[in-house]
Ligand binder design. Structure first.
Ligand SMILES: C[S@@+](CC[C@H](N)C(=O)[O-])C[C@H]1O[C@@H](n2cnc3c(N)ncnc32)[C@H](O)[C@@H]1O
Length: 188
């Protein structure tokens, strides 16, 4: 599926299904398995990738491999929009849910969480892979939330300050650490 804006890919899509985007699942496009990518895409050919609450399921070594693969398969100017749980969101219930391993039960959605990131560690991971990183939504160490206006047509993140329906009555219940990791250089 291509359009004037190039190839757009959702990784770890689960039920996400957005017009103009190719949905992929871990089983057919594993973020850490280069051969999966080589079988489907040309290096340097993808314009947008969307990964909502996927990267925290990779350990740090896998997360770096995944960032490297994304860099290689993005075209210059392309980016990965990556959203993960925010380790600095000052809410105990949220942190219990998103913590490494999840809150106990193996069938809990967070049971597979291997890393909890913040506004320093996630950008550092992508910067090490050669990306220029733009923070879009994050909590700082002083407990303040920051949101930059981002275009949802370039990658819709439901679990965000703006779109998550749990956020209401002037209070945030669920936000994400969201970045655009942009490929500006041709090579790492
Ligand atoms: C919490 S779900 C999020 C699903 C979807 N992105 C959403 O926002 O509803 C985590 C997803 O990450 C995927 N995932 C985990 N490890 C992956 C990997 N190595 N490569 C690609 N996807 C992976 C899982 O298969 C699962 O679909």
């Amino acid at each position: 599926m291509t359009n004037d804006d190039g190839i757009r890919v959702i990784v770890g899509a689960s039920s996400q299904d957005y017009t103009g985007w190719i949905r992929t699942q871990e089983e057919d496009l594993d973020l850490t398995r280069r051969s999966d990518w080589e079988a489907r895409f040309r290096p340097g050919s993808i314009s947008r990738m969307l990964a909502e609450h996927v990267w925290e399921h990779l350990d740090l070594a896998e997360a770096r491999v995944a960032a490297d693969i994304c860099f290689d398969f993005l075209r210059p100017g392309g980016f990965v929009r990556c959203a993960v749980p925010d380790g600095l969101f000052p809410d105990e219930a949220y942190q219990r849910i998103v913590q490494v391993g999840g809150p106990g039960a193996v069938d809990h959605p967070a049971a597979g969480h291997k890393v909890v990131y913040d506004y320093r560690s996630l950008p550092a991971l992508f910067a090490a892979a050669g990306f220029e990183v733009r923070l879009l939504e994050w909590w700082d160490a002083e407990g303040e939330v920051h949101t930059v206006m981002w275009d949802e047509r370039e990658g819709f993140v439901y679990r965000s300050a703006r779109f998550d329906h749990r956020n209401r009555d002037g209070r945030y219940w669920f936000t994400s650490l969201i970045i655009d990791a942009v490929k500006l250089a041709m090579t790492r």
